[in-house]
Write a protein that binds this ligand. Structure first.
Ligand SMILES: NC(=O)c1ccc[n+]([C@@H]2O[C@H](COP(=O)([O-])OP(=O)(O)OC[C@H]3O[C@@H](n4cnc5c(N)ncnc54)[C@H](O)[C@@H]3O)[C@@H](O)[C@H]2O)c1
Ligand SMILES: [Zn+2]
Length: 366
């Protein structure tokens, strides 16, 4: 088995990313705990991964907790539950949490680890494609508030992230494909070579070939590592990771977070951003068509709400909104993205109205 080890420094924290098939069964010595004691927190959906990991702890497991992992459960109440259980288990400052699950679980447990005893060590074992490529990496942790997603949080990077593509084997196809959108997003903004390779691998990835999945996830993870190391607190480059997310978040909210998976909303957001990228960033139709073709193969995705009346107020809630418009991540070509500060709202709404994964009428006329 080949195992890749990536050492990185995020903010103040030295952390290590491990990537390889079968790592779940071979994680002892990779998970970090200053005391040697661990608190395992997972979800029902991630049970088979937690089961494979458990032997790594031997007798050093002081808590073995399964939590609710729906987005509705990503709340302060769930953090309190994790904290309650940890205190009852006798957690000490030098113990460590291990989060096994998707982005909801890693965000929740990471945030609990950030505030319990003012911060204890934690480790992430992502079990979704989106978690492996994105959510478990970079140190952002947090929960939702009734007024919006991810409004409460802390910056607290995990000391180790263990990525084993076989953890995704039990994922429903819809979640699997939705996660792949985020993985492709990563390579599209930064790495032309990996993008081309991922396109080649896509048929194998879609048949759930773990080696092929690992290749894409590893490329996306390396890119996220690169970006967060150079910009841990999202002042500059880290914003590129929001490609497709300006409208994506609005589409997601317009469907009350039920109609579309996050990655599906991002897929529509990317399709719309491609139109704006052609107008403003010189993206060629050939490159736009390659991106759309990948998204078409990852779909079909449910139709988003396109009405300007519904999307407008959701867009202006974007943290990046200013009077002149919204900052948008535009693709100049596959492998290179940039941020444009003030893209007028009208352009976003027009792009939302026409976003598609086929060759657009506007595109084909050029
Ligand atoms: N911290 C960050 O930098 C960051 C980045 C991106 C997203 N996020 C957050 O991550 C969350 C989304 O994470 P996600 O996309 O991983 O989805 P998720 O955690 O919501 O999981 C998706 C679904 O898959 C199920 N699941 C998880 N692992 C499984 C497995 N191995 N087998 C079968 N089912 C499984 C879950 O129960 C859930 O129904 C959002 O809350 C988002 O805000 C955080
Ligand atoms: Zn995302």
């Amino acid at each position: 088995v080949t195992v890749e080890r990536i050492a990185l420094r995020v903010g103040e924290t030295e952390s290590v990313l491990w990537l390889g098939r079968g790592l779940l069964g071979d994680a002892a010595g990779r998970l970090v705990s200053p005391s040697g004691r661990f608190l395992l927190v997972s979800s029902r959906a991630a049970r088979s991964s937690a089961d494979r990991l458990r032997p790594a702890f031997g007798r050093a497991l002081i808590l073995d907790l399964e939590i609710e992992d729906s987005e509705e459960a990503k709340t302060l109440d769930s953090v309190r539950e994790i904290a309650d259980r940890a205190f009852h288990a006798g957690v000490r400052r030098d113990d460590a949490f291990v989060a096994v699950g998707g982005g909801v679980v890693t965000d929740l447990v990471g945030f609990a680890a950030a505030i319990v005893l003012r911060g204890v060590t934690w480790n992430a074992v992502p079990t979704t494609v989106a978690g492996m490529a994105d959510a478990a990496i970079g140190g952002k942790t947090g929960v939702d508030h009734s007024l919006g997603k991810n409004l409460l949080g802390a910056f607290h990077p995990p000391r180790a992230v263990v990525i084993d593509p076989s953890a995704a084997a039990t994922l429903p196809d819809r979640d699997y494909r939705s996660g792949l959108v985020e993985a492709f997003k990563g390579v599209w903004i930064r790495d032309a070579e990996s993008s081309a390779r991922a396109e080649e691998l896509l048929p194998a990835i879609l048949t759930r070939d773990e080696e092929a999945l690992l290749e894409l996830v590893a490329a996306a993870a390396r890119i996220k590592v690169d970006i967060v190391c150079s910009d841990p607190k999202e002042r500059g480059e880290r914003r590129l990771l929001n490609f497709g997310h300006t409208l994506g978040h609005a589409f997601e909210a317009a469907g009350s977070y039920r109609e579309l998976r996050h990655g599906e909303a991002v897929a529509w957001g990317i399709a719309a951003a491609l139109t704006i990228s052609r107008d403003r960033a010189g993206l060629s139709e050939a490159h736009a068509a390659r991106v759309r073709e990948v998204l078409a193969l990852l779909g079909p995705f449910p139709e988003p709400v396109r009405s300007a009346e519904i999307l407008r107020p959701l867009l202006s809630r974007d943290k990046k909104a200013t009077a002149r418009g919204l900052a948008g991540v535009l693709l100049e070509k596959i492998g290179r993205a940039r941020v444009d500060e003030d893209v007028p709202e009208a352009e976003w709404l027009a792009a939302a109205a026409t976003a598609s994964f086929g060759v657009s009428a506007r595109g084909s006329s050029r």
